[in-house]
Structures are given as structure tokens and as C-alpha cells.
Design a protein around this ligand. Structure first.
Ligand SMILES: [Zn+2]
Length: 133
């Protein structure tokens, strides 16, 4: 279970729309499964079908999170044209399998879908998202 404040969730969808047709990506920091802050990162791949985060960008976010005493609790990226389910590449490149991985799908433009997963070696688990005020 992940709790995400509505303004942060809306900000992630905005980020996805801004970067479309390329995938966007970012890191969510917080505590006890509750997101407190979103960090937008550059998609180093500049690709519509995959993403990666530059190590130096990640370091900056980790430093900021440490300053604010929050932990990394999820990563997110967008699927501009496909469903909100981990792609083969997402599974292959799941750098943080212990971390929730959120996918924002813009496949249905009018109705963006946001889903969270845990991508394990053997299976993909759906993680529930609770939107909080
Ligand atoms: Zn993906």
C-alpha cells in the first residue's frame, strides 16, 4: 500500500504529459509508505519506450532526501502510448526491486491511469495506491 497526496499525484501526471511523447521519470520520497515529495528527473534515454536516471541526478535527489529526513519509497515513469503495466524492459531493468514502481499511462489521453507494482524476479505484484488529501 502506498499513500500519495492528490497534488503530488496530479503533478506526476502533469510531468508525464509535459514530457510526452517521451517517457518521464522521477523519484518519490516519504515515510511509512506515505509520499511527501516528488522529484522530477530527466529521462537520460530521451526515449518514448524506455527510461533511465543518470547516476548524478539520483545522487542529488538522495542528498536532498537525506537533508529532509525522508526515504526513497517509489520510482515512477510514464508510458505515453501503452498500458500501465511493466514492459519487458521495465522488468529487465528493475534496479530497485524492493521499491514500488509506479507507471503513469497516457494511452487514454482523457483518462490517465496510475498504477503501482513491485517487480520481483519471478513475478510482478500490483500494489494498491491510496490517494490522500
Ligand atoms: Zn515502462
Amino acid at each position: 500500500m502506498l499513500r500519495i497526496p492528490k497534488p503530488i499525484l496530479e503533478g506526476m501526471v502533469e510531468h508525464a504529459k509535459r514530457e510526452s511523447p517521451l517517457e518521464c521519470c522521477g523519484i518519490l520520497g516519504g515515510k511509512n509508505h506515505t509520499v511527501e515529495k516528488a522529484f522530477e528527473l530527466q529521462n537520460a534515454e530521451k526515449s518514448p519506450i524506455r527510461y533511465s536516471m543518470a547516476p548524478q541526478d539520483q545522487m542529488k535527489v538522495f542528498e536532498e532526501m537525506e537533508k529532509e529526513s525522508i526515504d526513497m519509497i517509489a520510482i515512477y515513469h510514464s508510458h505515453p502510448h501503452t498500458i500501465p503495466f511493466p514492459s519487458e524492459t521495465d522488468v529487465k531493468l528493475a534496479f530497485y526491486p524492493e521499491m514500488a514502481s509506479i507507471i503513469i499511462s497516457l494511452k487514454e489521453n482523457e483518462n490517465p491511469a496510475v498504477k503501482a507494482f513491485r517487480i520481483g524476479k519471478e513475478a510482478i505484484y500490483l500494489e494498491e495506491i491510496e490517494v490522500i488529501a
